[in-house]
Design a protein around this ligand. Structure first.
Ligand SMILES: C[S@@+](CC[C@H](N)C(=O)[O-])C[C@H]1O[C@@H](n2cnc3c(N)ncnc32)[C@H](O)[C@@H]1O
Length: 257
């Protein structure tokens, strides 16, 4: 399964409350002003694009790009506002867009699905000199529900890596920005709180998200056993240590072109 089809499948259950807060906080920290031209890379259902368009106002412009038609279809319904344009495209290669097109490039919860260096370099090309890039990512090891998923997967012989590892500390974010030619402009570390209802989708999110291919190695019976074990363990961890499961450390990283 490709990332594109994984998100096509996941689109219907997407836009949990925490995703909204996560995307809106990235926009708030980036602080676009009226008239700003913004690229929302991997816009998904358009959460950051919507918040960015509110800040940029009628004289601004937001282009949201995503490879998943399913996610974009939801964005077209919920993020249809004047000043937002939504296009199906690979955010790491946008050759039809000229250099220096944007004041701000945002990527909320999307960079982990892409080759980081090529993506950041393409966005630097698209940014005006002095323009800002901002992306969000989980701190490595978070969310706890994903860590639990990987430890249960290991019991079934699946060695899954943490998708947050490549960018999962402030110094890794800083290094990635420097490697792509930006001047790092700060990384903010915060905690985002999931709700219990967000975690009702945990199995789907993990099996259709970053680890979308992993389960093909298991038989339907093994998959069902894994699902039962994982969801049971998650429920009992929630009952014994709710804060530990629901609080996730996240990073918002910024760089200047
Ligand atoms: C976890 S969602 C985040 C969506 C949105 N930014 C948000 O904050 O809710 C990740 C998104 O990245 C998109 N994506 C992954 N790789 C991409 C790529 N190379 N180009 C464009 N979009 C991509 C997926 O289709 C999906 O919509």
């Amino acid at each position: 399964m490709t990332i594109e089809s994984a998100f096509d499948q996941r689109a219907a259950a997407y836009s949990d409350d925490w995703h909204v807060r996560y995307a809106e906080r990235l926009v708030e920290l980036a602080g676009p002003s009226a008239g700003t031209r913004i690229l929302d890379a991997a816009t998904g259902t358009g959460l950051a694009a919507t918040a960015a368009a509110r800040a940029a106002g009628p004289t601004g412009h937001v282009l949201g790009v995503d490879i998943s038609e399913g996610m974009l279809a939801r964005a077209r319904r919920s993020a249809a506002a004047p000043g937002i344009e939504l296009v199906k495209a690979d955010a790491t290669a946008l050759p039809h867009l000229p250099d220096d097109s944007f004041d701000l490039v945002l990527c909320s919860a999307g960079l982990l699905y892409m080759p980081v260096g090529p993506a950041l370099r393409e966005w630097r090309r698209l940014l005006k000199p002095g323009g800002l890039v901002g992306f969000s990512t989980m701190r490595e090891g978070y969310p706890v529900a994903a860590r639990l998923f990987r430890s249960h997967a290991a019991r079934h012989g699946l060695a899954l890596t943490d998708p947050a590892t490549p960018l999962g500390t402030p110094s890794k974010c800083r290094q990635a920005l420097e490697d792509a030619g930006y001047s790092p402009a700060g990384t903010v570390t915060e905690t985002i709180r999931f709700s219990r209802s967000d975690l009702e989708h945990a199995w789907t999110a993990h099996t259709q998200g970053a680890h979308h291919d992993a389960l093909t190695a298991l038989s339907p019976e093994q998959t069902e056993t894994f699902r039962t074990e994982y969801t049971g363990a998650l429920t009992s961890l929630l009952d014994t240590d709710e804060d530990h499961v629901l609080d996730a450390e996240v990073l918002y990283a910024f760089g200047r072109a």
